[in-house]
Design a protein around this ligand. Structure first.
Ligand SMILES: [Zn+2]
Length: 86
């Protein structure tokens, strides 16, 4: 017998969005329900992670918006899950 374990998440399982500075390891996180835009820098260095309004900034902001809107699919006839690499 082979048993396969799959780990999935629903968007409603996501509670925080976190950003970690690769230089110093400091993290910034917000509850997903109130997050709007990503942080654009860390206090450890005088350089930006991304320009405000740039493609990455806009994509992360759009992702936050999508996660917020798709977290509640109670009225839908489906359940959407994302599978994690196991
Ligand atoms: Zn840093």
């Amino acid at each position: 017998m082979t048993i396969e374990t799959k780990t999935t998440i629903q968007l409603s399982d996501l509670i925080n969005i976190e950003f970690e500075c690769r230089a110093c390891g400091a993290t910034t996180s917000w509850p997903i329900g109130v997050a709007k835009n990503p942080p654009t820098s860390c206090r450890c260095r005088d350089e930006q992670w991304m320009p405000i309004g740039g493609q990455v900034y806009r994509d992360i902001s759009a992702l936050i918006d999508l996660v917020q809107r798709l977290s509640n699919t109670d009225g839908e006839k489906f359940v959407m899950r994302l599978r994690l690499k196991g």
